[in-house]
Structure formats: C-alpha cells, structure tokens
Design a protein around this ligand. Sequence first.
Ligand SMILES: [Zn+2]
Length: 153
Amino acid sequence: MSLSIEEKRERWRERARIRRAAKPDDDKAYMRQWRKDHPRDPLVESIRAQTERMKYRLALIKVLGGGCEKCGITNPVVLEIDHRSGDGAEERRKNRTCEDRGWYLRASKDLEAKNKFACLCANCHKIKTYEMDEKARTNRIYPRLRYEDLTLH
Ligand SMILES: [Zn+2]
C-alpha cells in the first residue's frame, strides 16, 4: 500500500481532526489511550527492530569500505566494528551499548565515522586488540601475560 503525498496529508489531517474532537485539551492523554487501544504487536516490532539493526549495520560497514581492512573478507556475518582508538569498552560503558539500531544509524551518518571506526573481521579484530593490548587499559592491576613472553620447554 503506497499513498501519494497528498493522500498521506489528507489522512494526517483527518487523524488530527479526530484527535482534536476527542480531546481538545489533552493530546498526550489521547495518544496514550490510542496506543492502549492499538497495542503494538511484539513480534512485528521485534522483526522491525532486527531488520533496521541489520540494515544500519550494513550501511555502516559500507561507509567503512565494505570489508575487513586487513584481509578483505566481505561476509557481514564475521565483520565487526573496531574503535580505532581502542575506546570501545569506554563507549559501551557510557552508552550501555554499541550495537543497537540507533547506534549503527548514528555511526553510519557520522561524517567522522572513517576516522573513528574500522571494519575488521573477527580474527583481525582479535589480533588487533591483542597487539594494542587494549584490555590492559581497563582496570588490570597485574601485568598482562603475552604469548611472546612464554618460554616453552
Ligand atoms: Zn580480516
């Protein structure tokens, strides 16, 4: 179903007329009641959220070059968004998440996205994190052991 812009406007005007007639002084109460009378279908909402999340995630991957910066793999299943400066954990603490649809949408529209984030596959991301020793920045109180320092007998 696709309405022309004029049809959409008319529908919007009609809804506004009904709303004003029903509750001339209290739009919010009317809207609360409307939402109560028209409950969201959780399944539909969940599918919509997932679809948007995947769409915005792909958009961000495209902005960041469409594949792993190191090895070039383009399968989105294994691609991850790397915080170039290693402050991903900090941002996750601050915003509670770095992977919901809103975050992906904002990041994909961010003009600085290419400077802030890199697209890496899971393997390259893990290696980069290990080499940068990013985890040591959190709150480690004892020195981090590294594979290079092990002496095997
Ligand atoms: Zn890679």
